[in-house]
Design a protein around this ligand. Structure first.
Ligand SMILES: [Zn+2]
Length: 84
């Protein structure tokens, strides 16, 4: 299963079978991250339920990824700061 995560610095990390990759963006030549057109939407990809699974559909530049899990570390760290 493919998982996705936005790191604190904004880079997109994909995790498949324990291996992490940061895809190169076909548009900018840099790694994909929150500077990509994708993030012009409001950050979090929409969750789509297809029984028995829920996917997060991430429209990423020239691809569309179905993620089993999605985590936004930027958001999480912000929340942690507020709560402490
Ligand atoms: Zn990109």
């Amino acid at each position: 299963m493919l998982k996705g995560r936005i790191e604190r610095n904004g880079t997109l990390t994909l995790i498949r079978a324990g291996f992490r990759t940061s895809p190169l963006c076909p548009r900018t030549g840099k790694h994909c991250g929150d500077w990509c057109p994708l993030f012009d939407q409001n950050g979090e990809p929409p969750a789509v339920s297809e029984m028995p699974n829920t996917f997060y559909v991430l429209r990423l530049c020239d691809a569309e990824l179905a993620l089993a899990e999605f985590k936004d570390e930027r958001e999480w760290n912000e929340t942690e700061t507020k709560e402490s």
